[in-house]
Design a protein around this ligand. Structure first.
Ligand code: G1P
Length: 312
């Protein structure tokens, strides 16, 4: 497969949202996990805002059964807006409009849940023959950190694909896709982040087989060659068609695949404990909530009995 030249800049983003959200049952019986509020906005709204901020205002969501509420969320709500208008509640009118006006959101159904690679493949006709981004909903990147912008710049310079990486330590690497990198000197992507060349990848390896402690976090800028690579990728880990396996195929075919090692603020909303931490961290930083929450949190933590001691 020829190495991609991709002189065109990426303009579109794909957000897979078909996952079942089993870690948040029973809430996710009726509410898609992507709509669970992180403070007062669905996790998914942060992701769409991040995409739009980076210049990717055309967004395709790959949905599945039970996700109709996501389409409603990104639709206009004239009745609600009229009711708020009557009350003269401009702040809430703006909040509602923000969620719909931020990007042009399109939907496609995955049909069968056959893995992340399969989900991305559903975007082939939407994307066409240009590079595009994939953003996964479980990873929130702080709005002050320009990870996606940096990745787009690296893709524009080198072509091929660019993946966001985070050093999660050897003890946690088995929860992620993991990469091997070459030992060429690393270049600076800005804001302290490094650009590395990826030489190998493996999806959720056992800890003692992981080639590094660098994990794939949920941001990718992909060349359109990825679609043929996915089509040629058999089911892998968990019987699913893995994006990681398709990317490895591109590496082996000589397509440049780079990583940006992120050193900024990432909030994981993928499981219950991390979700709680994300809500607290984001709320503490908010101008409207932080000033009241911070002193309360200090008191609360001060009152907590040390680990192992019994509560009075
Ligand atoms: C997916 C990818 C994995 C990546 C992770 C990041 O896994 O397959 O390579 O490390 O997202 O969040 P999932 O979390 O969907 O199992």
């Amino acid at each position: 497969m020829p190495s991609s030249t991709n002189s065109r800049p990426a303009r579109k983003a794909v957000i897979p949202v078909a996952g079942m959200g089993t870690r948040f049952l029973p809430a996710t019986k009726a509410v898609p996990k992507e709509l669970l509020p992180v403070v007062d906005r669905p996790a998914l709204q942060y992701i769409v805002e991040e995409s739009a901020r980076a210049g990717l205002g055309e967004v395709l969501m790959v949905t599945g059964r039970g996700k109709a509420a996501i389409e409603d969320f990104f639709d206009r709500t004239p009745e609600l807006e009229a009711a708020l208008e009557k009350k003269g509640d401009q702040a809430r009118i703006d909040a509602v409009a923000e969620s719909t006006d931020v990007a042009q959101v399109h939907f496609v159904r995955q049909g069968e849940a056959k893995g992340l690679g399969h989900a991305v493949l559903q975007a082939a006709s939407f994307v066409g023959d240009e590079p595009f981004a994939v953003l996964l909903g479980d990873d929130l990147i702080d709005a002050r950190d320009l990870l996606l912008e940096q990745m787009l710049a690296v893709q524009a310079e080198h072509g091929g694909c660019v993946i966001a990486l985070l050093d999660v330590g050897a003890d946690n690497i088995d929860k992620y896709g993991c990469v091997a990198i070459d030992d060429a000197p690393q270049t600076d992507a800005g804001e302290g982040d490094q650009v590395v060349r990826i030489t190998g990848m493996v999806e959720k390896p056992p800890r003692d087989e992981a080639p590094s402690s660098l994990a794939i976090i949920g941001r990718y800028v992909l060349a359109p060659e990825i679609f043929d690579a996915i089509r040629a990728t058999p089911p892998g880990r968990g019987g699913e068609i893995q994006l990681t396996d398709a990317l490895l195929k591109l590496v082996e075919d000589g397509v440049p695949v780079h990583g940006v090692v992120f050193s900024g603020r990432r909030y994981d909303t993928g499981d219950k404990l991390d979700y709680l931490k994300a809500v607290i961290r984001l709320a503490v930083e908010r101008d409207d909530l932080g000033p009241a929450l911070r002193p309360w949190l200090r008191d609360f933590v001060g009152d907590l009995a040390p680990e192992g001691a019994s509560q009075a």
